[in-house]
Design a protein around this ligand. Sequence first.
Ligand code: 2AM
Length: 518
Amino acid sequence: EFFTMLKDCDRNELDLTGVNYCVFGLGNKTYEHYNAIGQLVDKKIEELGAKRIYELGLATTMPILRKISTTGKRACGRRPLGVSAEAQDIKYRQYQLVNHEPGSVPPEKLYKGEISRLGSLQRQRPPFDAKNPYMAAVTENRELHTGGDRSCLHLELDIGDSRIRYESGDHVAVYPVNRSELVDKLGELLQCDLDQPFSLNNVDDDSTKKHPFPCPTTYRIAFLHYLDITANPKTNLLNELSDYTDNEEHKQMLKKMGSNTEEGKALYHDWIISARRHIVAVLEDLDSVKPPPDHLCELLPRLQARYYSIASSPKLHPKSVHVCAAVVRYTTSTNRLVLGVATGEFADKPAQLPVYVRRSQFRLPYKHQTPVIMVGPGTGFAPFRGFLQEREWAKDQGKPVGKTILYTGCRNRDIDYIYSQELEAWKDKGVITNLQVAFSRDQGEKVYVQHLMRRDENSREIWEVLELGGHFYVTWPRDVMAALEEIVEKHGGKSRQEAQDYIKKLSNKGRYSADATH
Ligand code: 2AM
């Protein structure tokens, strides 16, 4: 109503001379009309004669509270409004805590990790999607490396009864669970009863988001299933934590890291990012800081599903999806073990995982005769395993299948050459017509996939396949693009710009695809 009124009036109807104003627009950057109203209002009020005392402030949803308070403070501090700039930062809680008396909520009414419908993980009902994941049994979980101290796992997830369909090239999403030792540690640091049932209710009744995560639940469930407790804490969280300590040194440190100063950013970078401290490490190392658990629950980001390229073809495996995942596992400079939330869980051999399938654009050509070039070292090979199963299936059906060229790579032939037996068998059978594997550390100098692509015979073949209408797929790394440009330049007799345009055209026609999920 305000905007409609403003939009249609001119200075004769509404003269704002003498009015001081500033506009703050809050929007969502993913929306195509991002902050359009804020911009229009800012312009219109000026046209009506008012004086802008502070530049238009625009923000996207996440950092809203700090932006509001700083814009507000700066604007108020200007003489025209004559308000003190020393006003307290606005501390604002979006959610109100309701503690439920033990026993007042029957166990079946408490959320236990469901994304949406209560009881959906126990009583499974299709269709399955991001809000209603399928509990897939893990029917296979084996190590792919044959030595060394790194680990890469092959998992098979049974989707037999789910009615979930997929195509090779699609992604499977897995909802991970945080490690229970880490959750216990967090409970201890917060001095909180992890089994206390509670709800966080939005103070804004009109909001469509009633709770930050499904409620009522317990702190244990929230920290295990709903909140990301292993990411690097964001600066606004550190800022808020500074309220919950009397230790001046800790308080100043948190405030500094939460500030926008050069010194603050450098400290944040060293102490949080480089040292890879998560919230539990922060509370451990700044042990005077004791935030109320419900406030922490409001501030922590939601635990997100992890996506993996599906490493199988439904033609061969209609009832299972295969995943190939490198286990994230390393020790930080403060001697803490970091384990990937999902891959660390895979290494613990879970019996079941909540999953759903996400469609992708990464697709084999419609015709089996169309030649393909695939480039992806390491786990970047995953979606190509699905593609190769599909080409093998077509070949077994007696269909003519075009050239199938694979560039992959690993460090050492004897240690991390994953799926080597399958690859060699596909090569022997003619499913892979040119198998190029870069073993980066088996000789003095590094050899990568892009080096193999540049070799005379290979580069000629790549150019010919592209000219014959072939499709090019790459999952990693970026340097492959440069090698491809060089090849097009050299064999096509083109300038670098023309080579880039050539690849752009391939991409527009769906003949060049890149997928970074693996
Ligand atoms: P490296 O670890 O010896 O550097 C799978 O991870 C393979 O990809 C490894 O052999 C790895 O080699 C290689 N790799 C790492 N960085 C790469 C890059 N920028 N381009 C191509 N291959 C790379």
